[in-house]
Ligand binder design. Structure first.
Ligand SMILES: *[C@@H]1O[C@H](CO)[C@@H](O)[C@H](O)[C@H]1NC(C)=O
Ligand SMILES: *[C@@H]1O[C@H](CO)[C@@H](O)[C@H](O)[C@H]1NC(C)=O
Ligand SMILES: *[C@@H]1O[C@H](CO)[C@@H](O)[C@H](O)[C@H]1NC(C)=O
Length: 604
């Protein structure tokens, strides 16, 4: 193994310990053996989590336990496609949520109650510090039948919790009579209610094939015998089926700390909660802020004027790009709520098979309730910044005039970019048409980066080829609506790749902020990671993650630009860009053991 530099040491502390302590370090190749196309290597993420090879989808059971972060994920050990019936729980551990050690699969479809797949679920740390996994077992062929199972660590004293045991008394929750077999899944982390009993939420379609998308509550005294509440936590007629529910408490508006919440007493009527549902019909994650009524075990959304209960298009989303099946956990180490989400590939299955892998996770994001009490804010966890290596101070106070494009030298396909834009005057804002409200994505399509406007489009061009034939535009555009302004944020993929067979939509959403009250100032942070462009607009009010597959990466470099195609001038009041180091995401476990045999003090 090559020697790590001191800088890399500071970044990847457990690897440093490895170097100083163990000569027998083995690596899983970061480049899957099956890769024959150059694109497969060049599009592989450098700091977004992905296993060494094969398929991954939903993040499962994230937790922080005994000084170690655990991430489980839906994983097909047999290949780069979904493989319905073969899904296992992949398992990786970390001390910093950035660098990961890969372990053997934690759950495999080997028991009668999960013979056709170990599907998504959650982790709960029981009193006494024993973690429990709840997951969906899929039985039988065809559409199969779904049940809920529990698993415990074989040896709770193993710091890495490598082996998991599925008790023979599973399933702990059989399929209910009023739910079609393939519509009952994804148990949440459990919490304790007022009556001292455990509760979990499970997604189900209730009442036959045309049933209602429901989030059912089950209660238990002993984590083994579960009984369904008569009332669901939440139902919606707007969606055929929902998946991966997530219910979590948030602190007061504007307070960035997270709440554990799932402890008796704190889940009171005064704390706001967030309910997230993954809607199958659109494969998008939606959330609502509201109250969890812990007497009735129901969720009551707090609606503002623009949100309509039975129309999911009006719900807010964690991410308006290409992510699904998100899951959050409370990180006790830093008192924050952290969100993971799956960003699937958007090229095509043949490419996935050729490159030998499919799917990445977004960077872990801190989530909190905005000062307005209505929307969530998200920001990459601060640990990601340990990967910032070369800093490129770009434009400071530079004006980007109409049609202007400024190149930021030294930043390419693996970067973290933070820009603050200052709009000189809102005078030129185009007039907003109310019928645009429900379809910002379409608006981004009609008014892409190359359609000149009044205030904007302005923003970043990332993953740009030298000749600019390929580029991904992440930008804002401001409209006037009566005496207010509306900020549109887009990630426009139409020029992202010259390749065919690649999904190149525009993504878009409004940024819920009063740009005038903010003095015309708006920020944009974009994480560029080869095939991932993950953006946080307006301080994390609006997030858009896209997957891109530019052709130029095969034998050319990628570049970064700032642009403005509006008639009004825009000042870049600050722009910081860093080249990002590569995280070590697939180290084998003897590494970590070697690490922990060295003085622990060194690791913190
Ligand atoms: C599971 O894997 C086996 C072996 O590769 C394969 O034959 C089978 O089709 C897979 N099953 C499903 C449901 O994907
Ligand atoms: C799901 O989507 C399809 C196609 O867009 C639509 O026709 C159908 O009504 C949707 N179903 C529900 C329950 O929303
Ligand atoms: C800006 O607009 C001009 C004119 O439509 C276009 O040629 C140019 O490509 C646009 N810039 C970007 C970044 O799309």
């Amino acid at each position: 193994m090559a020697r790590l530099s001191l800088a890399a040491c500071a970044v990847a502390f457990h690897l440093c310990l490895l170097v100083s302590s163990s000569a027998s370090l083995r690596w899983l190749s970061d480049k899957p053996a099956a890769v024959t196309t150059a694109g497969g290597v060049r599009t592989r993420s450098a700091y977004h989590f992905q296993p060494a090879k094969n398929w991954q989808n939903d993040p499962n059971g994230p937790m922080y336990h005994n000084g170690v972060y655990h991430l489980f994920y839906q994983y097909n050990p047999l290949g780069a496609t979904w493989g319905t019936g073969n899904l296992s729980w992949g398992h990786s551990v970390s001390r910093d949520l950035v660098n990961w050690v890969t372990l053997d699969t934690a759950l495999d479809p080997t028991a009668p109650f999960d013979s056709n797949g170990c599907w998504s679920g959650s982790a709960t740390i029981l009193p006494g510090g024993i973690p429990a996994l709840l997951y969906t077992g899929r039985i039988g062929t065809g559409k199969g039948m779904q049940v809920q199972n529990v698993a415990f660590p074989k040896n709770p004293a193993d710091p890495l919790l490598r082996e998991w045991v599925k008790p023979a008394y599973n399933p702990v929750i059989p399929l209910p009579a009023d739910v079609p077999g393939d519509n009952f899944r994804d148990p949440t982390t459990a919490w304790v209610g007022r009556d001292g009993m455990w509760r979990i939420a499970v997604a189900a379609k209730v009442g036959g094939p045309n049933g209602i998308a429901s989030t059912l509550i089950y209660r238990s005294k002993d984590f083994r015998h579960w009984k369904r509440n008569t009332l669901p936590l939440y139902t919606s007629r707007a969606a055929g089926m929902v998946e991966c529910p997530d219910l979590f408490p948030v602190a007061e508006p504007g307070v960035e700390e997270g709440l554990l919440g799932y402890v008796s007493g704190t889940v009171s009527g005064t704390v706001r909660h967030v309910l997230k549902l993954s809607v199958m019909n659109t494969t998008q994650d939606y959330y609502m802020v509201g109250r969890y009524d812990d007497a009735a075990d129901t969720f009551v959304p707090e609606l503002d004027n623009e949100r309509i209960l039975d129309d999911f298009r009006t719900w807010r989303r964690f991410d308006y790009g290409h992510v699904y099946a998100s899951k959050s956990f409370f990180d006790m180490r830093k008192n924050r709520r952290v969100l993971w989400a799956w960003a699937s590939e958007s090229d095509n299955m043949d490419d996935d098979i050729a490159k030998g892998w499919s799917g990445v996770q977004t960077v872990p994001r801190k989530v909190w309730l905005d000062g307005d009490g209505k929307q969530l804010r998200q920001w990459p966890i601060e640990e990601i910044e340990t990967l910032r290596s070369k800093r490129v101070v770009g434009l400071l106070g530079a004006q980007v005039n109409a049609g202007g494009v400024n190149k930021i030298v030294g930043v390419g396909a693996q970067a973290d970019v933070e820009a603050i834009f200052e709009i000189s005057s809102l005078e030129e804002a185009e007039t907003f048409e109310p019928n645009w409200l429900l379809d910002p994505q379409k608006l981004c399509e009609e008014k892409g980066a190359s359609v000149p406007g009044g205030v904007g489009p302005f923003g970043l061009l990332v993953m740009a080829s030298g000749d600019m034939q390929e580029h991904t535009a992440v930008f804002f555009r401001v409209f006037r609506q009566n005496d207010k302004y509306k900020v549109l944020m887009c990630t426009d993929l139409s020029k992202s790749s010259t390749r065919d067979g690649v999904y190149k939509p525009p993504y878009g959403a409004f940024v819920d902020m009063d740009i005038e009250a903010h003095g015309g100032i708006i920020s944009l942070r974009t994480l560029v990671d080869h095939s991932v462009v993950e953006s946080f607009g307006g301080g994390g009010r609006t997030c858009i993650t896209a997957r891109v597959y530019p052709d130029h990466v095969v034998n050319g470099n990628s570049h970064l630009y700032v642009f403005n195609n509006g008639t009004g001038a825009v000042k870049v009041s600050s722009l910081d860009a860093w080249e990002m180091a590569t995280a070590t995401v697939n180290v084998l476990p003897d590494g970590l053991i070697a690490a922990s045999s060295v003085s622990r003090a060194q690791a913190y």
